[in-house]
Design a protein around this ligand. Structure first.
Ligand code: GDP
Length: 442
């Protein structure tokens, strides 16, 4: 990515739309405005109604131009936004003319935000929040992303990093003045206390049950039960379409089939799994293993039992999963077993609204259990785990009285991991991975 090119892109949705926003950022902005706008360069931050011309003097459109002079702009550079009529021909014409100008090219995905990051306008966690906000489909995702954009997460990470910087400074003093630096357990006690406190804080964040990631990616509900219990029929009911094959032949569902719903303001993935039974069919047996694994990773397991069939011994449900016992096929006969959370008929829809409401309530309770999740994506979790490991190693070294040089080394490593959360270290691969996931124009 050449930083000094001027970049342009359609920032609004695909045409046709009522209005198309074309965004331009970089050193050529003032030239572009002088050349293409009838108004010339508008006053900064004042909307100007103007004709926009192409290189031959033919009008592209009439629209609004908004100029922001760097560094007081999103990217930190001079930027120009053109609000045009959102027709394909208008947009194509404008982008064709712009990209034909010297030093002007189409922006890569996320490049505007990357420039904002490079200009110090936001840190990496905030930039990720912006990507999440654009992707957000539920209230839960939106609220979490907004918190991240406004720096809620960054503040936590920055405070840990600052604590760590303080600790490192302490240790480095001891390294620099070894005569005064008594490595005895008494001398290092305050350091150990601070280190333990920081580890405890990170542990609290890590022990959040993955709520932040679940809000972002969706909660998981696995439908588990014996063959022919009605799992696929229930999944299709929940999906409102024929996502899974329904047959009277047991063992039809071999792989895990997932559908996506919004319940209680959160994304919920329902997974239909292979029926649990002993089988000599190798593919079906693999399906059963996958079913168990899916259930073990789920937030909630629906254990579906055919209420019209004679009671069966319970299948090997994953230990520790929250389980809802549901009797199916209530339209066929009054269920024998009474000890169920719900009684439904996926065929008639009886009991389904109550089941959905119960699932929504349980998911909502889970999402609310952690007030403000710290960790919202795997990248953060991995960095925190690595940082925590380095901190634990520093603590062990201190406790063993093995010398401050080693402690300092561990602390520096931990600081690198925590800084990477905010993008304050030179990690091109991390930046590439984060920004390439954006849409173009952002
Ligand atoms: P799975 O093997 O657990 O996925 O079960 P399926 O969803 O494939 O259903 C097995 C059989 O039971 C099919 O013939 C379905 O039509 C039937 N079935 C499923 N749910 C109901 C229900 O609520 N009522 C009735 N009467 N039949 C059902």
């Amino acid at each position: 990515m050449r930083a000094r090119d001027t970049i342009c892109a359609l920032a609004s949705g695909p045409p046709p739309s009522a209005i198309a926003v074309i965004r331009i950022s970089g050193p050529a902005v003032t030239d572009i405005a002088g050349k293409l706008l009838a108004s010339g360069l508008p006053d900064a931050r004042r909307a100007a109604l103007t004709y926009i011309y192409d290189e031959t003097g033919a009008p592209i459109d009439q629209g609004i131009a908004l100029y922001a002079k760097g560094p007081a702009s999103y990217t930190g550079e001079d930027t120009l936004e053109l609000y045009l009529h959102g027709g394909r021909a208008v947009v194509d014409h404008a982008l064709r003319v712009l990209t034909a100008l010297p030093g002007v090219r189409l922006a890569e995905p996320g490049e505007f935000t990357r420039r904002a990051f490079e200009a110090g306008k936001l840190d990496l966690a905030q930039a990720e929040g912006i990507a999440d906000l654009i992707e957000a489909e539920t209230d839960g995702q939106k609220a979490q992303a907004l918190r991240q954009v406004s720096g809620g997460l960054s503040a936590t990470y920055a405070s840990w990093r600052d604590d760590l910087t303080g600790l490192l400074a302490l240790v480095e003093v001891m390294v620099d003045f070894p005569d005064e630096g008594d490595v005895s357990p008494e001398a290092s006690a305050p350091l150990r206390d601070k280190l333990s406190a920081l580890i405890a804080e990170i542990d609290t964040a890590l022990g959040d049950g993955g709520i932040g990631e679940r809000i972002r990616e969706g909660f998981r509900v696995a439908i588990l039960g014996a063959p022919n219990a009605g799992k696929s029929t229930l999944l299709n009911r929940l999906a409102g379409r024929e996502a899974a094959i329904v047959t009277a032949t047991p063992g039809t569902t071999r792989d895990v089939i997932e559908i996506r719903r919004t319940l209680g303001g959160q994304v919920v993935w329902f997974a239909d799994t292979a029926g649990l039974r002993e089988t000599s069919d190798e593919i079906e047996a693999e399906g059963v293993r996958r079913a168990i694994r899916t259930a073990a990773e789920a937030d909630l397991v629906i254990h579906l039992i055919d209420g019209s069939a004679p009671p069966e011994p319970p299948p090997p449900l994953p230990f520790g999963a929250e389980i809802l016992t549901v009797l199916s096929k209530s339209d066929l006969s009054a269920p024998a077993a009474a000890c169920a959370d719900h009684i439904i008929s996926a065929l008639t829809g009886e009991g389904l609204a109550a089941l959905e409401a119960d699932i929504a309530a349980r998911i909502t309770a889970r999402a609310a259990a952690v007030e403000a999740p710290v960790i919202t994506r795997l990248r953060h979790r991995e960095r925190l785990l690595q940082g925590r490991a380095a901190l634990a190693s520093a603590l062990a070294t201190l406790e063993a009285g093995d010398g401050f040089e080693l402690v300092a080394e561990d602390l520096r490593l931990a600081a690198r991991h925590l800084s990477a959360l905010l993008g304050r270290v030179d990690v091109e691969d991390v930046l590439g991975a984060v920004f390439s996931a954006f849409c173009i124009g952002k």
